[in-house]
Write a protein that binds this ligand. Structure first.
Ligand code: NAD
Ligand code: GLY
Length: 374
């Protein structure tokens, strides 16, 4: 799997590790280290431009904009910033338009570099804004949640939500670099840390049974924010994501396995209204349902499904979904991007450490929903 020493284009302090995303002329590095926001060398080699725009939100901006501004000052004559409202419910057109308005009011040109400073919501929206503004400007991901550091900032999926479906309006658009500063995780609320761990756990069942064992053994250290444990978890997650995205950038095949737990999870998020459950919480619960479905399909045994469920429960994530009614779950899952011709397709595990897409009999899916909702 892709893991390289730092390339000359992206030098950074000792102790910083990197993972390469190998996509030809769209390749880039993910840097993972402590204090990278204070380390100008983590930003070396990135595009220089007259103007830059830091896109952040009202929570993250006051914490980290000043440090990012100082780090990138040598690259740009003028560094602007825009603070979006905080929350999944604002991952929408009006908030996105705030970014375009800022760019146009400031006469930003097509060389302007956008910096996404925040979690997955800010990252997805900034990436989409960068893909659209003047038909494409460069952008850099500076993820500040665990979820964003292990998943959303990597791989070029950008989007906003539509009331009828999550992440339905978007583009594939790769960043120039991903800069993960472990220190930013210090201010992350514990609930958000747990939601990020859901996406970390995901990589075990779908791609690396050994990593699942490592997570079981090191969960307490991760919950206590031990930096060494977090660094390993982030690196391994990014390596697996890099390996998958390197084979299938635009999700015509294997990339869909990264959506393990997401078909049920997206239904929970959309069904309750965005922002009620955190994305990672919904994915965690969705993984419990998808593990049960995998067992019912005979792809793993019941004890393996139980093992996955036990880890999610130990993490402190919900393992029982809201009772939206099976009909509503099915309706919402039909607008999932993995559905084809109205047929719902699930990411299922089997054997442990491998995953694939598969349809399932409706009665079986209804049984799974009934078993795991309350
Ligand atoms: P988020 O962006 O809403 O961030 C969670 C909360 O933490 C927010 O309130 C945010 O302001 C706050 N926050 C962020 N960093 C902080 C810090 N360092 N200190 C204190 N508070 C901080 O949520 P998220 O879990 O990061 O991302 C979820 C989003 O990511 C969803 O919209 C999901 O669809 C998307 N996603 C995208 C991909 C992808 O491949 N593009 C993959 C997974 C998830
Ligand atoms: N989070 C799913 C993907 O990046 O494909």
């Amino acid at each position: 799997m892709a893991s390289t020493p730092l390339s000359p284009a992206s030098p950074a302090a000792a102790g910083t590790t990197s993972v390469a995303i190998d996509l030809g002329d769209r390749s880039y590095d993910i840097l993972i280290g402590e204090g990278l926001l204070q380390d100008a060398s983590a930003f070396a080699g990135l595009p220089k431009s007259s103007k830059a725009l830091i896109v952040t939100n009202t929570t993250v901006g006051p914490l980290y904009t000043a440090a990012l501004r100082a780090a990138i000052a040598p690259h740009h004559k003028q560094v602007l910033d825009v603070e979006l409202p905080d929350g999944e419910q604002y991952k929408d057109w009006p908030a996105l338009n705030q970014v375009f308005t800022k760019l146009l009011e400031e006469a930003a040109d097509r060389k302007t570099v956008l910096y996404a400073l925040g979690g997955g919501v800010v990252g997805d929206m900034t990436g989409f804004a960068a893909a659209c503004y003047m038909r494409g400007v460069p952008f850099v991901q500076v993820p500040t949640t665990l979820l964003a550091q292990v998943d959303s900032s990597v791989g070029g999926k950008t989007a906003i939500n539509h009331p009828a479906g999550k992440n339905m309006i978007g583009a594939f658009y790769q960043p120039q670099r991903v800069i993960c500063d472990l220190v930013t995780l210090d201010t992350l609320p514990q609930r958000e840390l747990l939601a990020g761990l859901a996406e970390v756990i995901k990589y075990g069942p779908i791609a690396d049974a050994e990593f699942l064992g490592w997570l079981e053994a090191n969960l307490d250290a991760l919950l206590a924010r031990d930096r060494t444990a977090l660094k390993h978890a982030i690196k391994r997650s990014c390596e697996i994501k890099a390996w998958v995205v390197g084979q299938d950038e635009k999700e015509s095949g294997i990339r869909a396995i990264l959506n393990y737990g997401h078909t049920f999870g997206h239904a929970i998020e959309a069904g309750l209204g965005y922002g009620e459950w955190l994305h990672g919480e919904a994915v965690g619960c969705g993984m419990v349902m998808a593990a049960d479905l995998s067992a019912r399909l005979g792809l793993i045994d019941a004890s393996t499904a139980q093992r996955i469920t036990a880890l999610i429960k130990r993490t402190g994530l919900p393992v029982q979904g809201p009772d939206l009614g099976a009909d509503r779950y099915l309706e919402l899952m039909q607008v999932d991007k993995k559905a084809e011709g109205g047929e719902i397709r699930f990411v299922v595990v089997g054997p442990l450490g491998q995953a694939r897409m598969q349809a399932a009999p409706e009665a079986m899916v209804r049984d799974v929903i009934a078993t795991h909702t309350a």
